[in-house]
Design a protein around this ligand. Structure first.
Ligand code: SIN
Length: 290
């Protein structure tokens, strides 16, 4: 195993960086692994180009960051339960990830990160947009932060996954299946960086506990619009062999389906996460952020 020297080029000041100088088909030496991990923690989503890797190499890369997550609903390719196929073509009625979300946030322990590689891309379009939930939190007023940090939201997979894969090869009948539903803090403290992030999303979050429905709907509508502000975002243009690796604990993403009827196809490895929690900012931390 020889050391590789990576270069990190930021896409925007707040979120996203492209990494070069690494071949992910080779086992990662510890220094390169630490540098990639540090780039992910700092930039929240990192991108690689021209990576020619097998499913096993893709999984091995993911396993450097933690145990792999198995999707609660989507069928997996034969022999690879930890792989999620991302695919759209002229027969697709919908595509995965079209709408702002953090992956599988309905799980009691939502995934820490996701690593998507595309092997087929449309002639143009099919970009993925990423939004920083640190930036979204930081931009809120202190009274709004004070309100949100005491709140808990319900995230459900029922309306997202029920019947969703019924025309997909390898799918199983889901009438008897129960999909995850979990309660998470609206403001989540990142377990590695200690930074606060907004943790509600339009795909999975159904309501905020303890509020009247009209209050919850109005607050969530405001927060979803806030999370989607362009200044919190970066946008990735894919080529064949590109990889995006995002931290679900502090980002949301949105896959653009503007290329119908063209084909876009890839595989995603998802890394297991832990139970979201909120830890209050200390006065010192507040002073540093001000
Ligand atoms: C997803 O994993 O949510 C899909 C992202 C994409 O297709 O760009």
């Amino acid at each position: 195993m020889t050391d590789q020297t990576i270069q990190v080029r930021k896409l925007t000041p707040r979120i996203g960086a492209e990494i070069s100088g690494v071949d992910l088909s080779r086992p990662l030496d510890d220094r390169t692994f630490r540098e990639i991990r540090a780039a992910l923690l700092e930039n929240q989503v990192i991108f690689f180009r021209e990576q020619d890797i097998t499913l096993d190499q893709h999984k091995a890369f993911g396993r450097r960051f933690g145990e792999l997550h198995v999707h609660p609903a989507a069928p997996a390719p034969e022999g690879h339960p930890e792989i999620l196929r991302i695919h759209a073509d002229q027969n697709s009625k919908r595509v995965a990830g079209e709408g702002w979300h953090s992956d599988v946030s309905c799980d009691p322990e939502p995934p820490m990160g996701s690593i998507l590689r595309l092997h087929k891309v449309p002639s143009c379009g099919g970009d993925t947009l990423f939004s920083s939930m640190y930036a979204a939190y930081d931009a809120l007023s202190q009274p709004m932060k004070d309100l949100l940090c005491g709140l808990t939201a319900v995230h459900s997979g029922e309306h997202v996954y029920r019947g969703r894969y019924e025309y997909t090869e390898g799918t199983r009948e889901d009438t008897k299946q129960a999909f995850p539903r979990s309660e998470h803090p609206v403001i989540r403290t990142h377990p590695e960086t200690g930074r606060q992030a907004l943790f509600v999303n339009a795909s999975f979050t159904t309501h905020i506990k303890g509020l009247h429905k009209r209050e919850s709907d109005a607050l969530l509508e405001f927060l979803y619009a806030h999370c989607a502000r362009p200044e919190f975002q970066c946008r990735f243009k894919w080529d064949v062999g590109s990889i995006a690796f995002w931290d679900n604990r502090c980002t949301q993403h949105h896959a653009m389906w503007d290329y119908f009827p063209e084909v876009r196809s890839g595989f995603r490895v998802t890394i297991a996460g832990d139970k979201p929690f909120y830890r209050a900012d200390t006065p010192e931390k507040r002073a540093m952020a001000a």
